[in-house]
Ligand binder design. Structure first.
Ligand code: VPM
Length: 276
């Protein structure tokens, strides 16, 4: 919550965004093995899949929710009502479950109005909140959105019950300067921002994912989303090991990760994905 708190939460998306890596598919047994290792490493949040879209992911989230006790188990849903309800069903067995839902906030060339999108954010986050206390909302394509609208969207998501606000560089095209300016603007302008943990989710299209994730800490961000071996859509997400080591190097921030298990996790995911 308050940026004075120096603990950085590590959110792993190896099995959700990582499974969007071309050619990568993981089965239930493989996802269970990865989840158990992530839990032993002390990963705070484990994102397992899209239960509202794929039956395979529903089964995985549902099963893993019964096995993992210490890490938060999370799935992703769009603002679609059925997707959110199905995700809520999938995480129901979890001791600690999270609903992660997102809306597009770059409205250029979209036929939908700003008011309509704000109403969708309010409805989707409030719906999710009926099922679960732990709601994360993502501002999909935030760097290309209109700043006033982005601030309103974030304010609405927090008012509707989101406890974590994720700012993804969805296309991986933001420079470190642009990304930190965007984050500073959010911290300066969103009136209720201190009621939420602010997170980042950076893609590596320009090779900046780790740098942008680490630069975010000094802006007030306290959750970083990343993937083992940097798996993820297109050029991938920020590499988990690089993120954790980068946070620790800064000394004034802490993570609760057993760093000795990181190379084991990297080997396991390389073996499963076929990507080193
Ligand atoms: C975090 C999430 C909303 C996303 O991963 C979107 C997605 O993969 O659909 C992104 O990078 O913007």
């Amino acid at each position: 919550m308050s940026p004075a708190n120096n603990k950085v939460l590590i959110f792993d998306t190896t099995m959700r965004d990582g499974e969007l890596t071309p050619g990568v598919k993981m089965n239930l047994q493989q996802k269970i093995s990865i989840s158990q290792l992530l839990e032993n490493m002390g990963i705070d949040i484990i994102e397992v899949g899209y239960p509202g879209i794929y039956q395979k992911d529903f089964e995985e989230v549902f099963q893993i929710s019964q096995i993992i006790k210490n890490s938060i188990i999370c799935g992703l849903a769009s603002a679609n009502k059925d997707e959110i309800i199905t995700l809520a069903e999938a995480i129901k067995p979890a001791k600690r479950g999270r609903i992660h839902t997102y809306s597009l906030v770059n409205l250029k060339n979209q036929s939908i109005s700003a008011e309509q999108v704000l109403a969708i954010i309010k409805d989707s986050v409030s719906l999710a909140r009926n099922y679960c206390d732990d709601i994360e909302w993502s501002a999909f394509d935030a760097p290309r959105s209109e700043p006033d609208f982005l601030c309103q969207a974030i304010e609405t998501a927090i008012k509707s019950g989101a406890k974590t606000i994720n700012i993804p560089d969805s296309l991986g095209l933001a420079s470190p300067e642009e990304f930190s300016q965007l984050l500073q603007m959010i911290f300066n302008r969103v009136p209720n921002i201190d009621e939420a943990v602010v997170s980042v989710h950076c893609h590596d299209d320009l090779g900046m994912a780790v740098k942008n994730s680490l630069i975010a800490l000094n802006c007030g961000v306290r959750q970083i989303e990343c993937a083992i071996n940097g798996l993820g859509a297109r050029k991938g997400n920020a590499d988990l090991e690089d993120v954790v080591m980068g946070v620790l190097q800064q000394r004034n921030y802490q993570v609760d990760i057993d760093t000795r298990l990181m190379s084991k996790a990297s080997d396991l995911v390389a073996e499963i994905s076929g990507i080193v």
